[in-house]
Design a protein around this ligand. Structure first.
Ligand code: ZN
Length: 69
C-alpha cells in the first residue's frame, strides 16, 4: 500500500476510535457535549456546570478547566 494512503486510513481509524470529548470541546462549541472525558483520569463521570463554565469529575474530583490552564 502507498505510504500516504496508509497514513490517511490510519488517521481515519484513529478518529473513529477517539470519540472522546473534553472540556475545551464544550467551551469551543458553546454548548454541552456528552459524555465528557476527564483530562486527569480519563473517566466519563464528568458533569458540565453551565453557571461556572467548567466541568467536574466525580471520579477524581478534578475541575476540568483548571487542567487546561
Ligand atoms: Zn477524573
Amino acid at each position: 500500500m502507498h505510504r500516504l494512503e496508509s497514513n490517511i486510513l490510519h488517521h481515519a481509524k484513529k478518529q473513529r476510535e477517539q470519540r472522546k470529548y473534553f472540556i475545551n470541546d464544550v467551551l469551543n462549541a458553546g454548548y454541552n457535549i456528552n459524555p465528557l472525558t476527564c483530562l486527569n483520569c480519563n473517566s466519563q463521570e464528568v458533569t458540565f456546570n453551565q453557571h461556572l463554565n467548567d466541568a467536574y469529575c466525580s471520579e477524581c474530583g478534578t475541575w476540568q478547566d483548571e487542567s487546561i490552564k
